[in-house]
Write a protein that binds this ligand. Structure first.
Ligand code: GTP
Length: 400
């Protein structure tokens, strides 16, 4: 399954929240579209401002130049405005028939001749004004994009477009473009260096998905022909070590462990020795994630770094922070905390499947600019994908 289809399928909650929010938001505007004037987003972008679009009150005035759409042959006319006194063509049926939606685009000549093209219901539109921008901002904040990012995104969408009438699809497209613009610079795979073993320190709070991510990454690197060693550095939790061993088995990668309660730095040193001796390409070190005692955790991480630097002064080559998307805005404070504890070089966002909080990734990118190396979209070994900004943005806003 392609990345996009998997992501779209799995990001359902996020996209349904934002997508539905945008549909509702535009639906609050006047549901009217002049016939033949349903430009796509690109056209809307290129169109001159307001004059082309009627003011919201226009449809209520039968004398207005933008008359409501002609009915389809055999269909009743719009309910609200009375028909013009002398209809130029297609006289309206005398007797009322079952009501049709007031906005339907008239099919083209060929469509009418061959009856091939069913009428496409035109989307409601809403004039981009301060009230709509405020609604948009609220929708983005509710989707965990954070106030600052929501404000910036909203301002960018507003620029040069005030007064235009936008459909939900156009708004989603504009939003997806903005999100893509923010995310593109941070979408970078985990860099691989010629120096081996490349040491990847994996940090994050308990339960964020560190173990799972290490297993998934190890499996991918192994499939790419890399030799990988894993060190189970959270020596305080026997269950964590066991779980990592399970993932090591799945990935076909050796996992070095140490007795419960022993010094993680000493395990890291031994793992480094083994990785060097075996000519491993990568050494992935799992770490504890207890934030309850930050001083201890900071000392533990600092000690791991000190000892592996005895072997290789340039290590660790990557410090990956694993974040759980379901924690929403909390992910922001986790980045701040872990950046103080360790020299975080990149992020992996897990559990993007089935959460309505995927927007936090946009806030993270906008705020910290840290590379996003991969995203977790499930619990299986192949549920870790490279981060594709455009696909992510479209899936997030609910575009097909
Ligand atoms: N749905 C989903 N679940 C995930 C994903 N990544 C991890 N999980 C689940 O999240 C839970 C915690 O994952 P772990 O990998 O054990 O997290 P950890 O950070 O190592 O946690 P500790 O071992 O407690 O330090 C497990 O049940 C995983 O199956 C993901 O991308 N999607």
């Amino acid at each position: 399954m392609s990345f996009f289809s998997k992501l779209r399928e799995r990001l359902t909650k996020s996209s349904s929240r934002i997508g539905q929010g945008l549909d509702d938001l535009v639906g609050e505007g006047t549901p009217e579209t002049p016939p033949g004037r349903a430009p796509d987003a690109a056209q809307a972008d290129a169109a001159p401002p307001a004059p082309a679009a009627p003011p919201p009150e226009a449809p209520a005035d039968p004398a207005a130049p933008t008359a409501p759409p002609d009915p389809l042959p055999g269909q009743p006319g719009p309910v609200t405005p009375p028909p013009p006194p002398e209809p130029a063509e297609a006289p309206r049926p005398a007797a009322p028939e079952p009501a049709a939606p007031p906005e339907t685009r008239r099919p083209g000549l060929m469509g009418r001749l061959f009856g091939a093209a069913p009428p496409t219901p035109a989307e409601p539109r809403r004039e981009l004004d301060d009230a709509m921008l405020e609604d948009l901002e609220d929708t983005l904040v509710a989707a965990d994009m954070g106030v600052d990012t929501a404000l910036r995104v909203t301002a960018n969408i507003a620029e040069g477009r005030m007064g235009r009438r936008l459909s939900a699809t156009e708004l989603k497209t504009l939003l997806a473009d903005e999100i893509t613009r923010i995310m593109t610079p941070v979408a970078r795979p985990l860099p691989l260096y010629p120096k081996t073993p490349q040491v990847v320190l994996v940090v994050g709070v308990n339960g964020s998905g560190k173990t799972t991510t290490i297993g998934k990454l190890a499996s991918q690197f192994r499939a790419a022909g890399k030799k990988v060693v894993i060190a189970a550095g959270d020596t305080f939790r026997a269950a964590a070590v066991e779980q990592l061993q399970v993932w090591g088995d799945r990935a076909g990668v050796p996992v070095m462990t140490a007795p419960e309660g022993s010094d993680p730095a000493s395990l890291a040193f031994d793992a480094m020795t083994r990785a060097e001796a075996e000519g491993a390409d990568l050494l992935m070190i799992d770490t504890a994630g207890r934030l309850q005692n930050r001083a201890d955790l900071m000392e533990e991480l600092a000690k791991i770094v000190r000892v592996i630097r005895k072997k290789d002064p340039s290590a660790p080559h990557n410090t990956l922070l694993v974040l759980d998307a379901t924690t929403g805005q909390n992910a922001i404070s986790q980045v701040e905390t872990f950046r103080r504890l360790a020299d975080v070089s990149g992020l992996v966002m897990t559990k993007l499947d089935g959460t309505a909080r995927g927007g936090v990734l946009v806030a993270l990118a906008d705020r910290f600019g840290l590379p996003i190396h991969a995203i977790g979209v499930g619990e299986q070994i192949d549920d870790l994908d490279a981060f594709e900004p455009r696909d992510f943005a479209r899936a997030l806003v609910g575009l097909d």
